[in-house]
Design a binder for this molecule. Sequence first.
Ligand SMILES: Nc1ncnc2c1ncn2[C@@H]1O[C@H](COP(=O)(O)OP(=O)(O)OP(=O)(O)O)[C@@H](O)[C@H]1O
Length: 360
Amino acid sequence: MLTVDIRQRLGAFDLTARFDAPQGITALFGASGAGKTSVINAISGLSMPDEGRITLGDTVLFDAKSGINLPAHQRGIATVFQDARLFPHMSVARNLGYGRRYARTPLGEAEEARIIDMLGIRPLLDRRPAKLSGGERQRVALGRALFSAPRLLLADEPLAALDRDRKAGILPYFERLRDEAGLPVLYVSHSVFEVARLASQVVVLGAGRVIATGAPADVLSDPALLPDGDREAGALISARVVSHDSDGLSALDAGGVAFFLPQVPANIGVEVRVRISASDVMLARDRPLDISALNVVSGRIVGFRDGGEASVLVTLETPAGPLFARITKRSVAAMALEEGQKVFAVVKTIAIAKGDMAGD
Ligand SMILES: Nc1ncnc2c1ncn2[C@@H]1O[C@H](COP(=O)(O)OP(=O)(O)OP(=O)(O)O)[C@@H](O)[C@H]1O
């Protein structure tokens, strides 16, 4: 368990952060300039807070009162960055071996083999980084970090440089890491999509302060906590699997609202989290008839926010929970939408948010 309780003045920026990160992935989430990297730097030992304390298990990494400030290389922390930072002249195997040099107690062969297989990089071992795709490079960087047998992994926007498909390709490896590696991972991101998919817990930073801590479903459903104009804003809804139908669809129930999704890989009765991206929701004033979308939810408008690029993020209250719709400012005007109004949300796409179940 990582425990952070620090204050640090960085020029005109005042950082006050207090949170715990247990085993699993804790997402450090927030808009640009909120202080995410500053928190990471303090934990990794690249910068020194003015006040407070940071502990990892029973090791004190930093304690202002007693003057403890463990050097970065003695903290047992590995970091993966946006760019993989592999050594170009070394094979994948040698890059991994480089991580091993930093291990206080090197992993055994079996454990190293397990990491290689977990990340699916065995076929890449003889290749040089130039011959890898961006996603493969990030998996190797993750492997190199794990070869150093860290007690904490810091992941600073590790997917930010990848395109959408590559991101989707690497997410399952982070899920496995979350479920199998048995260490706390602090995962910096400003992507709602990644956080919804990966995080066991979310710490939201805003202007140098922790403004919320909690389960992803709670935090990400609160539009006040989402960065303005976030293109990936969306709702996370807990739903129960009701049936698997013979035409390939599964029926789910969320607070009395029926949702239909392509075959959900969960048994009947199980609670799952579904994610509905604001960009996949259209609004109608009357219940639309004869349309191909299967998922239509009635709700009430409870708020408007800037959605970026001529759009507005509309928050709806529905029996299934809060839903968001990103629509153009022009549509808001043309439909004369206002707070309190009853509307119908037409949901184009719904995705299962995470491989595991709601509430864990
Ligand atoms: N050493 C420093 N001296 C002065 N100001 C600093 C210093 N380090 C960071 N800041 C300021 O602190 C604020 C937070 O920066 P930080 O990099 O932690 O944000 P972030 O949440 O990681 O942002 P991004 O998502 O853009 O990387 C910024 O306004 C930055 O300019």
